[in-house]
Design a protein around this ligand. Structure first.
Ligand SMILES: *[C@@H]1O[C@H](CO)[C@@H](O)[C@H](O)[C@H]1NC(C)=O
Length: 282
């Protein structure tokens, strides 16, 4: 009796040790956060926006979580999340390294239409530490939610098969090069322009057949104020990076740019730019 019990214990310890060793990552950078945890919180966020209530999101947030809207830390109970919005379209991308998501929401069929871009950041325990939104609406740069919806629905943002994915670094560098065209004369040559490539800028669309229309209207003056305080969410499986920033050269607007690369080249760009409740002007 004693003998066999001790044998079982030894065996159990051995199995546990082997399993522990196998699950220890090679380096901290190899730790990925749980996609399901990110997805649950993103889902709750969308449910909150539909309901106009923080309640659905509440059980996923850390104590002391923060809320930022249009580049300002504000009280979430006074945010756009307290407006019930019918959502016509949404897409979420997942950053399993930074433990963050970005969700694009198009609410075109509301008395007060919105197109919202939201980064949600998670702590080590999976709880939400920050909800960071650009909430564009009437008066925002080229705002037209019906057009945003129409064009967004024409695009194909499918999962890119493993083996055809661009690296995190490549995706980020493409987004950064584009965002630096206002203050760096060399930046546009570093953007891996694709053809076709389409930019959905507010409700304005450049897409036309197989043409590289993303170059259309890019800055010719690279001595302007930069796009600063960049915050990133990167999803290799979608070829995408979202960058929230301060759009200094246009009224210090709150700006969201989401890029999708396919085969190393920019395929789509979506922008939202909100000018502190005023009408955006160059
Ligand atoms: C470029 O932008 C800067 C900052 O707005 C401005 O001072 C300058 O005159 C512009 N240069 C040209 C050539 O338009």
């Amino acid at each position: 009796m004693l003998f066999s019990a001790s044998r079982i214990n030894t065996w159990a310890v051995l199995v546990a040790t082997v399993r522990l060793a196998a699950s220890v990552p090679l380096s901290p950078a190899a730790v990925e956060c749980d996609r399901a945890v990110l997805a649950e919180a993103a889902e709750a966020y969308v449910t909150s926006q539909k309901a106009g209530s923080l309640a659905p999101l509440q059980r996923f947030v850390a104590s002391g979580w923060e809320y930022e809207e249009n580049n300002k830390r504000i009280d979430a109970t006074k945010s756009v999340l307290t407006k019930a919005l019918g959502i016509d379209h949404r897409r979420t991308i997942y950053d399993l390294v930074a433990c963050a998501t970005f969700t694009e929401l198009i609410a075109a069929n509301n008395p007060e239409p919105y197109v919202i871009g939201t980064q949600i950041r998670h702590g080590a325990d999976g709880k939400v530490t920050l909800v960071d939104s650009v909430a564009s609406t009437t008066g925002s740069w080229l705002f037209n939610a019906q057009n945003t919806l129409k064009y967004a629905l024409q695009e194909k943002w499918d999962i890119i098969p493993e083996g055809k994915r661009d690296s995190r670094e490549k995706i980020k560098a493409a987004g950064d090069a584009y965002m630096s065209m206002w203050d760096d004369a060399k930046a546009s040559s570093l953007v891996p322009w694709g053809a076709p490539c389409a930019r959905l800028e507010g409700g304005a669309y450049t897409g036309r057949g197989d043409e590289d229309t993303c170059r259309q209207g890019i800055p010719t003056n690279s001595s302007q104020a930069p796009n600063t305080r960049r915050r990133y969410v990167i999803d290799e499986s979608m070829g995408s990076v979202n960058i929230l920033c301060v759009w200094e050269h246009m009224m210090n607007a709150a700006d969201s740019h989401e890029f999708r690369l396919e085969n190393g080249k920019v395929r789509y760009i979506h922008t939202m730019t909100e000018c502190g409740g005023r009408v955006c002007r160059l």
